[in-house]
Design a protein around this ligand. Structure first.
Ligand code: ZN
Length: 241
């Protein structure tokens, strides 16, 4: 039997600390939503999940890392939304404390790659930062900035269940790839084009929708990962010509 991993999920901010805002949405809310979706997927992959917070409450930084360290978590994943003065700033970036803790940096690279592949978002790369949660954790730790709340298009997506699900699935896939765990791909249903992994998958479904081969009369696609895969394979074989 493979090792049972314990992963501590850390939704940024909470309670009286909203994190970044755009006047309408609060970072702390999307961070918690994404963490819950990620937790569900990690549990399906056989991971033991613990949290630094599960409600909208104040949790300082020290208790977050103390908790993960005392609980003996194997990995620490912090989820945030980015913000910038320039509204056009957009994309995803993943942080590790430095490049000299190879496990953290490698995990950050795998997760970042999975996120960009799934969302098609602007790749801001893997970065290093002297963040408390990355410095004071005794296990490999990463912090994901899942998109900019200050960018109108990204903020709108980040507060939908569909895009949160896409982001959570990508992070889960990255972690599972890194740990060598089986991913439960078929659990997710894809209801909107933007939820489908960017590239050939999304392009194929888009084309087949335009040609009327795939209909979403009620506005929802309701496709599983395997169904999308089948459409792509059939399309490559020229089945819809
Ligand atoms: Zn934050």
């Amino acid at each position: 039997m493979s090792k049972k991993y314990k992963i501590c999920l850390d939704p940024g901010h909470g309670g009286s600390d909203p994190g970044a805002t755009n006047g309408r949405y609060l970072e702390k809310d999307a961070a918690l939503d994404i963490v819950f979706k990620l937790a569900k997927l990690l549990a399906l992959a056989g991971v033991d999940v613990i949290y630094t917070r599960t409600r909208d409450e104040d949790v300082e930084l020290h208790p977050r890392t103390d908790y993960a360290n005392a609980a003996g978590a194997d990995y620490f994943i912090s989820i945030h939304l980015n913000s910038a003065g320039a509204k056009q700033a957009n994309g995803i970036e993943t942080y590790a404390y430095n490049t000299t803790v190879p496990e953290s940096y490698k995990l950050a690279q795998v997760v970042q790659r999975a996120l960009i592949a799934a969302t098609g978002a602007n790749d801001r790369g893997v970065r290093t930062a002297n963040f408390h949660v990355l410095r004071e954790t005794t296990m490999p730790a990463i912090l994901v900035e899942t998109g900019f709340i200050s960018n109108d298009a990204e903020a709108a997506a980040l507060f939908t269940d569909g895009y949160q699900e896409t982001v959570a699935t990508a992070i889960c896939n990255g972690i599972c790839e890194y740990l060598g765990l089986e991913v439960q791909k078929d659990m997710k249903r894809y209801n909107y084009l933007m939820e489908i992994p960017a590239g050939e998958f999304r392009d194929t479904i888009k084309t087949l929708m335009a040609e009327g081969i795939i209909k979403n009369s009620d506005g929802q696609l309701d496709l599983s990962y395997d169904m999308i895969r089948m459409f792509v394979i059939n399309n490559r074989a020229g089945a819809y010509k």
